[in-house]
Write a protein that binds this ligand. Sequence first.
Ligand SMILES: [Mg+2]
Length: 382
Amino acid sequence: MRITAIETLHLAGGITVHAGPIQWLWVKIHTDDGLFGLGETYPHPASEEAVIHSRLAPRLLGQDPRRIEALWTSMFDAVSYSGWAGAEMRAISAIDTALWDLKAKSLGVPVYELLGGATRDRIRTYNTCYDHISFLDQPVRLAESLLDSGISAMKIWPFDPIAKITGGNYITPNQIEDGIRPLRLIKERFGHSIEVAMEFHGYWSLPCAIQIANACEPFQPMWLEEMLGQDNMAAYRELASATRLPLTISERLMTTWQYRELLSNGAARVVMPDVAWCGGLTQAKKIADIGAAHYLPAAPHNCGGPILHAATMHLAAAVPNLYIAESVRRHYADEYIPIVGELPKPVDGFFALPQGPGLGIGLLPEVLARPDLVRRLTPAAA
Ligand SMILES: [Mg+2]
């Protein structure tokens, strides 16, 4: 089997999701036996598409797509000298995911079988709350609605609006009380029946992060996520030594090399790779394994499009040290449906193992017929 063409697709009009219109970039790897693999990345299709066609396609065309590690190494070599931790690694991630989809399809098995097989019968999930019910305005109602659908863990980011005001450089005692309020109300109403992870999106200075972490402690959140930016691991060490709560960082780290630095300093208690960003399933599996070597669980980040969602479920099925997999109820129950059709919903807070062959998911014909579909194909030279 040989790769005959690399195709990228995205919807110029975007897809309206929780945060506004977003353009997921899909990549399709075509082969001479008619099979294709599908991958995805986001959020800057123009940059990622350029890397795929100009830098990566020459390393892929004519090659055997089943040699995933060799192709990953070759793609990395194509971009690493000029810097790789941006659109370059996102592009590699999309290609890598498509290669796993393709190889598993060629063997007629789900992708998780190639990652070592399932280590569980179902996948625990938490809900990232881009919900129709606002966690700022109606935190108790939102938690109740999740519990009603069987989900007993959620993630919220109530300190973000305060960081927008102060630049993350200071926080007053009143602002700390405001930020804590949704967590406090949920815990006062439901106690430990629901777990609440706190997300900070890297907006805070170190002293503010320590103040906020201390204020969160009585309410025992599941974890504190990305309180600082992702570029100074020594600062995370200092933050970790100032709080008893588990820290995690984060979907913005890429490859085993960046996670190695984080894990070797002991600051993180959960590893959180994003398959569409960290280097694909090839890297995500290794990152989870390095976590396991540090006795740390993995909680894969899954807040992009439907192909990432499927790839994340295959990873979560396979890694022995899974903590919990992220998902967004509004995505799988609503916003993904016009793109890929109906998807399984979690039952009692758990997703069933994903189906194959491959990732077990594809774009609907209606998507391919949309007038705003942007397709670019790089074929092998004749
Ligand atoms: Mg995050």
